[in-house]
Design a protein around this ligand. Structure first.
Ligand code: NCD
Length: 341
């Protein structure tokens, strides 16, 4: 008998009797066939829904300051970040620790990777260290997938170039769902540097898969060609684009990915595309504001709007990031255990 059949899936939170937290309607078996989490594009609505339900339970556990869990005890999580990061790397670190894992951060800037080691050599090194899970960020689209094909452990994509950032889209969806109760039928505007944004891409896949409508609002230079083919509506005017929106998600100008200048000046950009109260009044009166961070205040978002305690979800997005990464590590760890003879 396959191990997965003999050992039903019991979420850590259900076994942590002291927390008193349970996960409502969670299926007994892991409905997640993937060894890695590389992108949202490969996930079904049920798989996304399952990850969000589990993440929500972890969010409650964290809010209640629940005990450290032991799901990843004796397991090692390695964070391998080829690009700078504060919140994503820290939240993977916290998520691993809260599940009881040993967590190692490899600072690529100080590692032999900078001395010319190939990604394949890096994979060989990680295999020799018997890592159980790997969170990877890389500036090249596809690099994380390549690594996942060479390592023995579960890999989570922490952002690859302008391609995907699946845990960001999951944490955004969880934050929205906790406030609006659902994703189905919502109108979400993604505003700003869509062309260089892996956050935008993963959010478009996730939101559409879960039945939300997506608009992108940006100057023509910051919208990738053939954007409409993804099924989104494209606007170049903020006021028109924000009309009737439930969620306004701002994106950072990704200047590190731009060769040359895509906007005349930061001042001009803010005037036409920066979110301030004047533009926001075109969205629904109860529209909520999001930003994946790091924010450029006064460039893509006005400080007062970003700090509006009634409408800005930016801090909560960071909080949900830890819960989502706990859920992803949980699912992939259990999947790996079930698959290991
Ligand atoms: C995003 C990223 O790295 O893609 N940030 C994040 O993960 N919190 C967005 C960005 O850098 O603008």
């Amino acid at each position: 008998m396959h191990l997965a059949e003999s050992r039903p899936y019991i979420p850590a939170l259900m076994t942590a009797a002291t927390t008193g937290i349970s996960v409502p309607n969670l299926p007994a078996e892991i409905p997640f066939p993937h060894r890695h989490l590389l992108g949202i594009q490969e996930l079904s609505p049920d798989e996304i829904g399952y990850l969000l339900d589990l993440s929500n339970a972890y969010a409650e556990h964290n809010r209640a300051r629940g005990d450290k869990l032991d799901l990843m005890r004796n397991k090692t999580l390695i964070n391998l970040f080829f690009e700078d990061s504060t919140r994503t790397r820290t939240s993977f670190e916290l998520a691993g620790m809260r599940l009881g894992a040993d967590v190692i951060n490899i600072a690529v800037a100080n590692s032999s990777i900078k001395k010319g080691e190939t990604i394949i050599d890096t994979a060989m090194t990680l295999n020799a260290m018997h890592a159980d899970a790997l969170a990877v960020r890389h500036s090249n689209a596809g690099a994380v997938k390549l690594l996942s094909e060479k390592v023995n452990c579960a890999v989570i994509n922490g952002g690859d170039g302008s391609h995907e950032h699946p845990t960001q889209a999951l944490l955004d969806a969880l934050t929205i769902r906790r406030h609006k109760g659902h994703l189905q039928g919502l109108l979400v505007a993604l505003c700003g540097d869509v062309a260089h944004s892996r956050v935008a891409r993963s959010n478009i896949y996730l939101l559409q898969t879960m039945g939300a409508r997506v608009r992108v609002i940006a100057p023509p230079t910051l919208i990738p060609p053939a954007m409409e083919r993804l099924g989104v509506e494209v606007f170049h005017d903020m006021r028109a684009g924000l009309e009737d929106c439930d969620i306004v998600m701002m994106l950072r100008l990704q200047r590190e990915r731009m060769e040359g200048s895509f906007v005349p000046s930061v001042h001009e950009y803010f005037k036409f595309y920066g979110l301030d109260y004047d533009k926001l009044q075109h969205a629904k009166p109860d529209a909520l504001i999001m930003h994946p961070g790091p924010m450029n205040r006064g460039v893509e978002i006005d400080s007062d709007v970003a700090d509006d305690i009634d409408r800005s979800l930016i801090r909560e997005q960071v909080e949900m990031g830890v819960a989502v990464r706990m859920a992803c590590l949980d699912v992939l760890t259990r999947k790996r255990q079930a698959d290991t003879p």
